[in-house]
Design a protein around this ligand. Structure first.
Ligand SMILES: *[C@@H]1O[C@H](CO)[C@@H](O)[C@H](O)[C@H]1NC(C)=O
Length: 140
């Protein structure tokens, strides 16, 4: 009798503990899946860089960008540049007033939330030939 009640007491103690541990594990796993995403860094154009080898807008396809991600624009600083423009500048391939030109050949830009537009203007034909890129960054 004593042994049997001891067993019952043991089961009575371990079952709630198992439930607590299970709930705790589920809670932790859930927290991990909902953890904030780490900012990503992208080399624009991958191995081609910021270049006319591929239309830059095609490089963005299939990618999801978030505010806080970093874009790295790599190009020959003697023959190219990169200008952060607004939508008008992007559509007309002309740097608008208030746009910002970069020419280091290795520019790191942190994506703001929402729409961003980038064009190359060193050679006037570059943008029209595909050196232009529009990106929409989602909230992180
Ligand atoms: C872009 O900037 C130019 C110059 O400030 C302005 O005239 C134009 O309306 C702007 N375009 C957009 C879409 O905000």
């Amino acid at each position: 009798m004593a042994r049997s009640s001891g067993h019952v007491a043991y089961v009575a103690a371990t079952v709630p503990m198992a439930i607590v541990v299970t709930v705790l594990c589920l809670f932790l796993a859930n927290n991990v899946t909902h953890a904030r995403r780490r900012p990503a860094t992208y080399i624009v154009g991958d191995e081609f860089g910021w270049d006319l080898v591929i239309p830059m807008d095609s490089w963005t396809r299939g990618k999801t960008f978030y505010a806080g991600d970093t874009l790295v624009f790599k190009y020959d600083d003697l023959t190219s540049n990169m200008v952060v423009v607004n939508r008008t500048g992007y559509e007309n391939c002309m740097a608008n007033d208030g746009s910002k030109e970069y020419d280091s050949g290795n520019d790191r830009i942190q994506l703001p939330y929402g729409d961003s537009y980038y064009i190359g203007t060193y050679n006037p034909y570059d943008c029209a030939a595909g050196l232009k890129m529009a990106i929409k960054a989602l909230a992180n």
